[in-house]
Design a protein around this ligand. Structure first.
Ligand code: 5GP
Ligand code: MN
Length: 335
């Protein structure tokens, strides 16, 4: 993988560009894709964002989201764009299988592939150019760096600022995680000086849900959470029946994993959801517990040191038992 800087001089020539991200894109995935989309269009390229799957409705406020193609839903249209692309940007993921049903298509493409991501253990051989930096707060921060680094800071407009800010806010837990370094606050200051109205974005991100999400959250915290004080761990396991009962849609479970972290002394939070195709795990830790290693070792996953995800083909009961065995095995690290 060649350095991303080597791409800068090549930005001058107009190209057909596809941008993609991980399945079920969150605010950082969608924000980084759309920020780059607006930027590259301003440079005169022909640009399309393709999401491997659908996304949460509450991301639809993002400028340009109405032009994003859902690969699952519009396969033919997406294939046409991908087949014609000169360049493919892969944002907020670093290994093709994070795009689920799009994986084989991406592998088959012979165009120039470019990685911009902040997760651990990138599959570098699959990309021609790129930057992988786990010290970065968000992929949105990296898109901002890309724009500034290429000498085009003047192209940062309202739409780009809003998309970048949304991803930064989300991935830093509203600036509370250690990843919110001085450079992140400088980025925000710069966006503010360019006219960003940040309160509006917080409302879009956090005050934009339907009643069912809140009711569902209440139910889950009351009835589906177990706390293992011996291991400073909280577990939330959500059966399929709950998803039906509360009409849970894509994105409605986002943020749930953060609530148990507010319990005094809790070091690890695990959330597992019984989805149709798999049991999907989310892990969050505080301080010295490596969620990335834990997810990789026990649940076919990965991510960051303090936030990761994984999966299992086992039933909900079986995968929950495996989790309980795993925290026993990790007792010394959790105390
Ligand atoms: P979340 O719990 O919000 O879904 O994911 C937390 C972090 O872990 C995100 O940065 C996400 O990209 C990563 N992640 C989630 N699920 C998986 C997975 O199955 N495999 C890998 N490698 N990373 C994941
Ligand atoms: Mn991210």
């Amino acid at each position: 993988m060649k350095s991303i800087q080597e791409l800068y001089p090549q930005l001058a020539q107009p190209r057909k560009i596809a941008i993609t991200t991980h399945q079920k894109p969150d605010a950082d995935a969608m924000g980084s894709s759309l920020a780059l989309f607006h930027f590259l269009k301003k440079l005169g390229h022909s640009v399309t964002v393709i999401s491997p799957t659908n996304w949460a409705k509450w991301l639809d406020w993002m400028p340009g989201s109405n032009e994003v193609i859902d690969f699952d839903f519009s396969r033919q249209k997406a294939d046409e764009v991908l087949n014609a692309a000169d360049w493919l940007f892969c944002l907020d993921f670093n290994i093709f299988h994070r795009t689920k049903t799009m994986t084989e298509k991406l592998k088959s493409l012979t165009c120039t592939k470019i990685l911009i991501d902040h997760h651990q253990e990138p599959d570098e051989v699959s990309f021609d150019y790129g930057i992988s930096d786990v010290s970065k707060s968000s992929t949105c921060e990296m898109i901002y760096d890309f724009i500034v680094g290429s000498g085009h800071a003047d192209k940062i407009d309202e739409a780009i600022g809003e998309c970048v800010y949304a991803g930064v806010v989300s991935d830093t837990g509203s600036f509370r995680f250690p990843s919110a370094k001085a450079a992140v606050h400088r980025l925000v200051a710069d966006l503010k000086e360019r006219g960003l109205q940040h309160s509006k974005i917080h409302e879009h991100l956090f005050d934009n849900f339907l009643e069912n999400k809140l009711r569902f959250t209440g139910h889950v915290l009351l009835n589906r959470m177990q706390v293992f004080y011996e291991y400073n761990t909280a577990l939330v396991a959500i059966p399929k029946a709950d998803l039906f009962k509360y009409h849970v849609k894509t994105g409605d479970t986002e943020g749930l994993v953060n609530f148990p972290q507010t319990i005094q002394g809790i070091k690890l939070v695990a959330l597992v959801i019984d989805r149709d195709e798999e049991r999907k795990w989310s892990f969050r830790s505080k301080g010295e517990f490596d969620c990335n290693t834990f997810a990789r070792k026990y649940f076919e996953g990965g991510g960051h040191y303090n936030a990761s995800g994984g999966r299992s083909s086992d039933s909900l009961d079986v995968t929950v038992q495996k989790f309980k065995d795993a925290i026993k095995e990790n007792k010394s690290l959790l105390q």
